[in-house]
Design a protein around this ligand. Structure first.
Ligand code: 5GP
Length: 260
């Protein structure tokens, strides 16, 4: 019998109480949603892949000194994480014009921004995390006025987001993938009277746009959003290129398995 208690169920993940105070278990589901949950599907294997891809990236980020909530992987779908107070912001970093940026500012607007155009420098945007409002785009002053984060916390978040972007751009470029954009979430971890900003949530093809450098194929959740099909194959390809997969047998008949 499991003693853990379900604390929160989101669209793609469930959070349970952890074995020690200050810890939680993050469970990756196979569910996919888009367009403020108007579109929904269960895609077998997605949760396992996101768990392993996110684990891989969080470990690499930890190795370069980025504070993250990740403690360890527990099984194919679950990670042990530090409990944090989630800051109600979606922090999006963009290197290339795509998605809502193109909808907002692209053709036929005066800027004429086209999908696939490299931006002059990485763009950091903030969205207020509220499903009922459809996660609206906000400015830094909204964050200050409504007290969602202090100025030092916001400075820390921006510095971390840009550092993560630099690191991940290189990581993916090295395996033939263009990191177009991605979404991060941060939390506050309290230790006695002081708090520290930590990267939380996940980094996976669910919240990144990843395009093959050569053929521009989409290897991310846009396969679901845009009804392109082949989502699991695309996520598997990302995992394979990052070295998370290996072939089980030399004959290759048993297909790829996750490297422990
Ligand atoms: P856009 O604003 O263009 O729709 O998304 C920008 C980037 O952030 C994309 O990589 C997208 O996957 C990610 N993103 C933005 N909002 C969400 C969200 O609510 N859930 C997920 N999984 N990713 C998001």
């Amino acid at each position: 019998m499991s003693k853990r208690r379900r604390l929160y169920e989101g669209k793609a993940k469930i959070l349970y109480t952890g074995p020690e105070p200050g810890t939680l278990i993050q469970h990756f589901k196979d569910d996919a949603t888009a367009f403020n949950a108007e579109k929904h599907a269960t895609i077998e294997g997605k949760g396992v892949l996101n768990n392993r891809i996110s684990e891989y990236i969080f470990i690499r980020l930890g190795e370069i000194g980025v504070a993250t909530h990740f403690i360890k992987t527990l099984n194919m779908r679950e990670q042990l994480i530090h409990e944090v107070d989630i800051i109600p912001l979606e922090v999006v970093v963009r290197n290339v014009a795509a998605g809502s940026l193109v909808k907002r500012l692209g053709h036929p607007g005066r800027l004429g921004l086209k999908e696939g155009e490299t931006l002059p420098r990485p763009l950091v945007e903030f969205y207020y995390k509220d499903d009922a409002l459809g996660d609206p785009l906000i400015g830094e002053d909204h964050i200050a006025v409504f007290g969602w984060a202090s100025q030092p916390e916001l400075d820390d978040i921006i510095a971390n987001a840009l550092r993560i972007n630099d690191f991940m751009t290189g990581l993916f470029y090295g395996v033939g993938i263009r990191l177009v954009d991605f979404k991060l979430e941060f939390g506050r971890r309290w230790e006695d009277e002081t708090s520290r900003i930590m990267l939380a949530d996940e980094i996976s093809p669910d919240n990144c746009r990843l395009w093959d450098v050569e053929n521009h194929e989409k290897l991310d959740k846009d396969r679901f959003r845009q009804d392109l099909g082949g989502l699991v194959d695309a996520y598997q390809e990302v995992a394979r290129r990052l070295g998370i997969f290996t072939d089980a047998k030399a004959d290759g008949k048993s297909g790829p398995v996750l490297v422990k």
